[in-house]
Design a protein around this ligand. Sequence first.
Ligand SMILES: [Fe+2]
Length: 416
Amino acid sequence: MFRVVQVGDIHYSDAENFASPVDAKDPGFPAALRDSIGTAPLQAVFRSLSHLLDTGAVDFVTFMGDFTTRGDAAALGDCARYIRRLFAEAWPAAGHPDCKLIIGNHDVDRRLDPDTDVRFENINDVLGAAGFAPASILAPCESVLRGDDASEVRIFGVNSCRGCGQLRLLGSIVEKHAGPAIRKLMAEGGTSDELEELYEQIDTPAIDEHTIAMLDAILSNLGETVLPVICAHHNLLPQAMPRIAPYSELINGGAIRTALLNLDRPIIYLHGHLHTSPIEVIRVPDRTRSAIISISAPLFRDGYNVIEIAFSRDSVPLGCRVIAHRLDGSQCRIAASSVIPAWTAAEGLRLATAQARELMKILDPDKVTTRGDLLVQLGWPSGELDDALTELRWLGALEIPNYDRPSIHWRVTRSI
Ligand SMILES: [Fe+2]
């Protein structure tokens, strides 16, 4: 089991991060006392994550970009130094997780030359000064988590902001009419609303085709005991809220989706950008092993996700559980958890361990069986039986309604 924390957009300079959570209806109440009875949202979530990392239960932390709001290097530096406090002084430190940062559209300074990588290198300079490894600019940045057996999680940071600040990608007609006004706005500074429009609506989220080709080449060569996790700022799929804007979605999201599905293997895709946290699974019928498990992180001031990634005794990835830690008043608590199998039930059974397949043969589909009955019937060591039951649960082949209780209480129903 690996545990990866997914931290969404921080937008460190937003006033809402530090707003008092106290419903203060008395204008004469002392501000210092008001602040002492309620922790600001960002600080409450930061404290929760910091405690979690101190327990040693986390293997890796991913940040989804948008550390700042308008490409402001000073605010980006403030944010980088702030989140650096979550980690040990030196990398890598025993018992402390490593992390990966990626670039968000709001981190890009649009006043810099949009035709070169300077606007990304500047971001990496600031992140580097705070002690972080550089974010991906063109080549995917890879980190490897290794289990005691052959199981591996490979985490790839990808830059989905190649087109951010690229006026020419708006198309020649739009550039001809809107370009001068946008350049004037950037040079003279605009209102918050005008700049917000520039960063969110007149933007061109895109992943460079060289990045896609490099990712494709790396992922094609990974064995079956490896689960890839791709981190990019933008979502692959359009969302529930209809959006009328020139380029609000990843303009080559379909190409990336197709490339990933053609690999015919489960892949976890982590992103931010939406400020909400939908979980979506994409499968296609002609690639029976393919799945893109897309997980969005909320704004960091609203909480974060812990993603548990499970493997079988044969080191086959089984799926993930997304545990939503969300702010509730001044406390961050577990609000929900969702289990997402890596495979369809039929495909999962083909990849199941010998113990799991043997166990399936004796389970009666019409009967509730207790773990005690199974121990007597099979005569296996209890740890082996628990692993087989857990594996089949991940594969969607059986249900254990009281799984959260100690395993001696488990009741098992076959579901396929
Ligand atoms: Fe954002």
